[in-house]
Each structure stands twice: as structure tokens, then as C-alpha cells.
Design a protein around this ligand. Structure first.
Ligand code: ZN
Ligand code: ZN
Length: 663
């Protein structure tokens, strides 16, 4: 209800002079505190303020607006016999609900001083108020006091306290409450079962979650949802998925909350394709997504670049009138940017009726990912003009944008202003951006000085970035320093050995190459499996390097062979700089060793009509060899190809890449 319509509604109840029967009704629909105060004054003038109904209505109206001081003054002026346990309890609960634990306890003492004993309603109000205002520890203390004074918390009190215990992760108190619930006979009450599952879930006890669930005789959708949320929080995705299926088979009527939790569970645990599938299934079963479901599932579409799915979620939110929801809007901005549609992201961003820091970050991050530094910087300025305070993520995005585009001066300035102007301390990721920024600009010594001056220990990302820059600028001395650090910090990361070995190779320092090769043999190297996704005709395909299980693999292989021949014929030589990149894979079958993004592009080429743009997402950084190949394919096949790796977007067209080979 808008303010003006509620005012009209409200004025209908008011008559002048005020009437003792109508005043309480008027107060109930009173839309704003100043009006309540005016009504209070009017009732005093009319001599009605001492009427018990009017007085009690005024008290509750003040409490409804959180005006505890007015309420207290009102209450103190009431005749003694009217200051009953109901009024006192309302004051206690109101202070508790505002998070004023001290005030709530003080009133409880004053209440006793006035000869009024708190009852079970007073205590429950205190416990649940403290819990709702996020004062979990105080809520648990209140519950213990309540119990100590001989009151038996009912199932509502127990479930409130359990939820509080979960928030402070006090599992031992939770276990006591569990025991208490068993003794008090409310253990099997539906709300207690749900609260127990929720509490054990938050405390990371996944065995207990399942046990509580199994022991309860009556299973309802609320306890199922608590179980799914608990398992999801403890990254038990497979178990959550299994039980979700089981609930459906047992005929439990799963609702939009259940479906949203299972979708969110998959997204939060990196099972994007399953999330996409579940979202489809949910709609097929006639369960309509809501304004929570859509922002939950959009990151999955973004992660696997499922633009078609993302677009249909966009249309759906327009149809259902949830498009203007700030979470839906921000998630759409993020999805379009990550699916390579930065212009569409901007259109959504501009249409948002209100924005928070997440919305701004999504758009600035989108520009950074596409290497559009000027736009990122410009938006960062508008953000400040709109009085939106930047946060740590904003600076990561802005600095990343500057480093992508070589804006050394701007980057340096923003980095320094973080603390000075915005009071935000630089974190590891900001230093990593700066090292990349300086390193790319060839200012390797300055990058090294920055690392040396860091107020905390630099991590593998920082040294990795320096090592990468050393390769570009051929600085062997600093590369060796960085590599030594990396061999300690991440001894099993194959990429570091490959990089330093490439640096030696480019300088023809074969002794170094051999030494690194020996080291690689001696440590058990872990290589993250390369994986790419491509959306073709509404279906997302996943391709793994070295995996020939895709049904079209023979055709993909043929296509790649043909492309390789053409590439050689037209003089596009694969970069020898990256010769060591696949030192292990080269020993295997030649075609199986192809990187996953090449497999995905080949699949796209043979499955779509000529001229269709191709969008590929990769879970690692694109290598120089694939980068060259993509440039060639975009020219030879006359296709626009975009590849999003962990770092940024590469848009290939007519044999060139949008990154200008600067990445
Ligand atoms: Zn590659
Ligand atoms: Zn590129």
C-alpha cells in the first residue's frame, strides 16, 4: 500500500472530536508515527487518553513504529491497575526485537519491581525477539533463564532458541535443547523437527540432520526443505539430490522453496549443468519460479554461458513483474555480461529502478571481463556521483579492468585511493591486480618492490602473476625468484613448472629446461582438467580435454584435422613458445591431447549453420596455442568466436582478438 492510499484508508476511521470506539481502529490503521502522535494529542485533549482501550492501542501503535520511548512514556502514565503483564510483555518483546537486550532485561526487572511476574508469553517474546534481531547468544541466555525460573518453553520457544543456537554454532547448547525437547514431549512437533534440522545443519553436523529427519514420524515439506538446506550448506550435494528425488517419489508435495533450494544447492557447489536441468524440470512440473529462484539459477546460466536459458529467465521475470526486483536485475546484468553480451547487460542495468553495490559491481565487473576499461572506469565515476559506496569487490573489478587494458596510471591511482579516500584496506586480490598491471607494463622491478612491501605474505596468485609477466618480458632473474616461491607455495601446480621452463626455452637456456623437467618428474603433479562448455540450440555441451565420450567425437576430430592442415597451408604456425604446455599430453594420442576449447569450437562449427557466432566458456586460462588457433578459425570459417576463460573474454573476429594479444 502506498503512503497516500493508506492515508485515505486511515482518514476514513477518524472522526472529530475523537470517539473512544473509533480511535483504537484508527490507530490500528495509522500509517505513520507523526499521525500516531497527533492522534495521541487529540485523545489527550478530548480526555480519552486514560480510556483503557485507547491507552492500550496507543501503546501498541508506538511499539509497532519502534518508538519505544513514546511507548514507555505512555505506559508509565497509565493507571497502575492498567499496567498488566500484557503491556509489560509487549515492552520487553519490543526492546528484544530491536536488539536492545540490555533494555529488555531492565524492563523485566522493573516489571518484577512493580509486582508483576513475567509469564510464559513474556519469556517467549523475549527469546523470539532477541533471536529475530540477530542476538542469538542473548536469546540462548534468555531461554536458559526462563528454564531456570521454572517455565517450560513450548515448542515455539524451543524452535526459536534452536534457530539462535544454529546462528552462533553452539552445538553443545543445541544438543541440550534437543534433550530438553525430548523430555518436554515436543521433540516430534513439526516446527521443532524443522528447527533441529536447521540447527544441526548450521553447526555442520550432517549425520545428525539426517538422523533427526529419519526419526520423525511425520514428514512435511518444511522439514524436507530444512534438510535440503542443511545438506547444501555442508556441501553434501549428492546426498541432497538423492533425498530430493526420494521425497518426490514418496509423494511429498515439494513447493517452490524446495525446488529453489535444490537449484541453489547445485549452483553453490559448482554443479551448474544439473542446476540448469532441475530448473527446466521444475517448470515442466508446473512449479512456478519466483523472485528468489531466478537470481539463484542465473549464475548457473552465466557459468555455462547458457544464453538461451538466461534470456528465457529474463522474459519470464518481465512477464511475472519481478524484473524490477534488485536481485533479479543484478543477476541478469551478471548473466548477460558473462554470456558475452555486455551491451545487453548495460541495457538491463540502465533500466533498473534502484541499484545496490552488487548491481554496480556486476556491471563494472562485466566491462572488466570484456577488456572495456574506459567504460568500467566511467561507470565507477558515475557510481560515486550516485553516492553509492564502493566495496572491496568494486575495486577488484576496477583494478582488473585497468590491468586488462594497460591503464597503469589510473590503476595506480585507484589502488592508492582505496585506503586514503574510501577507507578500504587493500587485500590480496588488489595486490594481485597491481602486480599484473605493473608486470604487463614491463615495470617488473616496481611490481617486485610492491610485493616486498606487502603487509602480509603474498600468495601463489601474486607470484604466479609476476612469473607470467616475466615470461612476456623475458626477465629470467625475477622469474627464478618467483618460481622458487611458487615451488614452495604450490608444489603440485604444473603450470608454474611449464612457465619457468618456457622462459628458459625462449632464452635457449637448455640446462634450466632440463632441471625443471627433472623437478617435474620428482613431484606428483596435479593438473586441473581442462573443461569447456558451449550452448548449441538450447542445449549446453561439456567437453573435457582427453575425453572422447562425446557422441560426435569422430566428426569433431575430422574437423580439427582439416583445420590443422589448412592452418599450416596458410602459414599460421602454432606458437612454439607454448611447446612445453602439454608435456604430458603430447605423449598421448595427438587428437585426444587437444585442449577442450578447440573441441568445443569444432563441435560448434559442425553443429550450427555458417555464420552463427560461437560462445565458449573455459575453466582454465586459454593458452597461446589455442589463442592463435581461434584467431585463424575466426578468419578461415568466417565466424565470430568468443572464449571466456577464468581471466577475461576473448572475442575473435576476422583473424584478430579483442584483447589485442595483450592478456
Ligand atoms: Zn590451449
Ligand atoms: Zn585474446
Amino acid at each position: 500500500m502506498t503512503r497516500s492510499t493508506s492515508l485515505v484508508h486511515f482518514l476514513r476511521h477518524v472522526s472529530f472530536p475523537p470517539d473512544p470506539h473509533l480511535l483504537p481502529t484508527a490507530l490500528k490503521s495509522c500509517p505513520a508515527l507523526p499521525l500516531a502522535r497527533a492522534l495521541h494529542a487529540a485523545s489527550v485533549t478530548a480526555g480519552l487518553a486514560r480510556d483503557p482501550f485507547v491507552a492500550s492501542s496507543l501503546l501498541h501503535t508506538y511499539l509497532r513504529f519502534g518508538a519505544t520511548d513514546d511507548a514507555r512514556a505512555m505506559f508509565d502514565r497509565m493507571p497502575r491497575e492498567q499496567r498488566t503483564v500484557v503491556g509489560w510483555s509487549a515492552l520487553v518483546a519490543a526492546h528484544a526485537a530491536r536488539g536492545d537486550a540490555e533494555g529488555a532485561w531492565r524492563i523485566l526487572m522493573q516489571m518484577r519491581g512493580a509486582g508483576v511476574e513475567p509469564n510464559v508469553i513474556t519469556w517467549n517474546g523475549l527469546v523470539s525477539g532477541l533471536n529475530r534481531s540477530g542476538h542469538a547468544r542473548d536469546a540462548v541466555v534468555a531461554l536458559a533463564r526462563m528454564h531456570g525460573e521454572g517455565f517450560s518453553p513450548d515448542s515455539t520457544g524451543v524452535s526459536c532458541a534452536l534457530s539462535a543456537v544454529g546462528d552462533v554454532r553452539e552445538v553443545s547448547v543445541g544438543e541440550q535443547l534437543h534433550g530438553y525437547a525430548v523430555k518436554a514431549g515436543c521433540r516430534l512437533d513439526a516446527c521443532v523437527v524443522t528447527a533441529l534440522i536447521d540447527m544441526y545443519g548450521k553447526c555442520g553436523r550432517d549425520d545428525e540432520i539426517v538422523q533427526v529427519f529419519d526419526e520423525s514420524s511425520h514428514i512435511d515439506v518444511a522439514s524436507c526443505n530444512a534438510l535440503l538446506a542443511g545438506l547444501s550448506r555442508n556441501t553434501q550435494v549428492s546426498e541432497a539430490l538423492r533425498l530430493f528425488r526420494e521425497f518426490a517419489d514418496r509423494g511429498i508435495e515439494l513447493n517452490v522453496v524446495s525446488w529453489t533450494s535444490i537449484v541453489a544447492c547445485c549452483v553453490q557447489n559448482g554443479r551448474d549443468l544439473e542446476a540448469v536441468e532441475l530448473f527446466r524440470e521444475m517448470q515442466a512440473q508446473g512449479i512456478e519460479p519466483n523472485s528468489v529462484t531466478i537470481p539463484c539459477v542465473l549464475p548457473a546460466f552465466a557459468n555455462v554461458a547458457a544464453l538461451m536459458h538466461g534470456r528465457s529467465a529474463h522474459c519470464f521475470s518481465l512477464r511475472k513483474g519481478i524484473f524490477h526486483d534488485i536481485y533479479v536485475g543484478s543477476a541478469l546484468v551478471d548473466m548477460y555480461a558473462k554470456c558475452g553480451r555486455v551491451r545487453d547487460a548495460r541495457t538491463i542495468f540502465d533500466a533498473m529502478p534502484s541499484r545496490n553495490v552488487v548491481s554496480w559491481n556486476a556491471m563494472i565487473g562485466g566491462y572488466a571481463m570484456h577488456g572495456e576499461a574506459a567504460n568500467a572506469v566511467q561507470l565507477f565515476c558515475s557510481m560515486q556521483k550516485c553516492k553509492q559506496k564502493p566495496d572491496i569487490v568494486t575495486f577488484t573489478c576496477v583494478l582488473a579492468a585497468c590491468s586488462q587494458a594497460g591503464l597503469t596510471e589510473e590503476g595506480r591511482r585507484y589502488f592508492n585511493e582505496m585506503q586514503l579516500v574510501h577507507g578500504i584496506s587493500q587485500r590480496m586480490e588488489h595486490y594481485a591486480c597491481m602486480v599484473t598491471l605493473l608486470g604487463r607494463a614491463g615495470k617488473l622491478d616496481e611490481a617486485y618492490d610492491l610485493i616486498s612491501e606487502m603487509p602480509f605474505e603474498p600468495d601463489g596468485c601474486i607470484w604466479g602473476s609476476l612469473l607470467g609477466s616475466c615470461r612476456v618480458h623475458g626477465n629470467v632473474d625475477l622469474a627464478e625468484v618467483a618460481a622458487e616461491k611458487l615451488f614452495c607455495l604450490e608444489p603440485e601446480n604444473a603450470g608454474n613448472y611449464v612457465l619457468i621452463s618456457n622462459i628458459y626455452a625462449s632464452k635457449k637456456m637448455w640446462h634450466g629446461v632440463n632441471r625443471v623437467r627433472e623437478m617435474m618428474k620428482n613431484v606428483g603433479l596435479k593438473k586441473e582438467k581442462g573443461c569447456s562448455w558451449i550452448e548449441i540450440k538450447n542445449k549446453v555441451h561439456m567437453l573435457l580435454a582427453g575425453d572422447d565420450s562425446h557422441p560426435m567425437m569422430t566428426a569433431i576430430t575430422e574437423k580439427l584435422k582439416h583445420l590443422t592442415i589448412e592452418m599450416k597451408r596458410l602459414g599460421f604456425a602454432p606458437s612454439t613458445d607454448f611447446v612445453l604446455h602439454d608435456v604430458e599430453e603430447q605423449e598421448k594420442d595427438h587428437i585426444l591431447a587437444v585442449h577442450s576449447e578447440k573441441l568445443a569450437v569444432a563441435l560448434g562449427l559442425i553443429s550450427t549453420s555458417p555464420g552463427t557466432p560461437l560462445r565458449v566458456i573455459k575453466n582454465l586460462r586459454i593458452c597461446g596455442d589455442c589463442h592463435e588457433a581461434m584467431k585463424f578459425i575466426s578468419y578461415f570459417e568466417e565466424r565470430e568466436i568468443s572464449v571466456r576463460d577464468t581471466n577475461r573474454f576473448h572475442h575473435f573476429r576476422d583473424g584478430k582478438c579483442s584483447c589485442g594479444d595483450y592478456w
